[in-house]
Design a protein around this ligand. Structure first.
Ligand code: ATP
Length: 137
């Protein structure tokens, strides 16, 4: 009995398939989910979301959100997600620099500040993952 996994962002469905196992970055630590897992609802931290299927592992970067597990179905709702191989480090550097400049430039509205802080956090997570990926090669 496989697990059916869906990873959804406000923009698109990033992943949908039957898989053997997932390892998710729960906000309080990594959680391994196998078929027949007990029902679970948790928030996710930013980090690496590992998907195992047929002896192959794929790794997605996710940026917070929620994971709902029940009846062999795993649904992940997250602000953004991408395969770690698709992370463009220079784009993340530019996003980081833009957010830092905006935050350093002085008073902005609370909403703009929150957006810039969230973008900065996404960029830093992408850069950390891109760096780890480079070292593993
Ligand atoms: P940017 O300012 O570079 O767009 P962002 O943090 O605002 O970065 P998001 O809103 O998190 O971007 O994501 C928008 C889309 O672009 C998503 O589909 C996300 O997966 C993708 N994406 C964003 N940054 C990168 C990156 N550095 N490498 C690969 N994909 C990215």
């Amino acid at each position: 009995m496989p697990l059916h996994l869906e990873v959804i962002t406000p923009e698109r469905s990033v992943y949908e398939d039957d898989v053997d196992m997932v390892i998710a970055p729960g906000s309080e630590g990594y959680l391994g989910i196998l078929p027949h897992h007990a029902p679970l609802f948790t928030t996710l931290g930013p980090g690496e979301f590992r998907v195992k299927k047929g002896g192959v592992e794929e790794v997605l970067a996710v940026f917070g959100g929620f994971m709902d597990v029940r009846a062999n179905r795993v649904v992940v709702l997250t602000d953004a997600a991408e395969h770690i191989e698709d992370i463009d480090a220079s784009r993340a550097q530019e996003a980081r620099d833009r957010a830092q400049q905006l935050l350093a430039a002085g008073p902005v509205s609370a909403a703009d500040e929150a957006r810039a802080r969230a973008a900065l956090q996404r960029a830093l997570v992408r850069l950390r993952i891109a760096e780890g990926r480079r070292r593993r090669r």
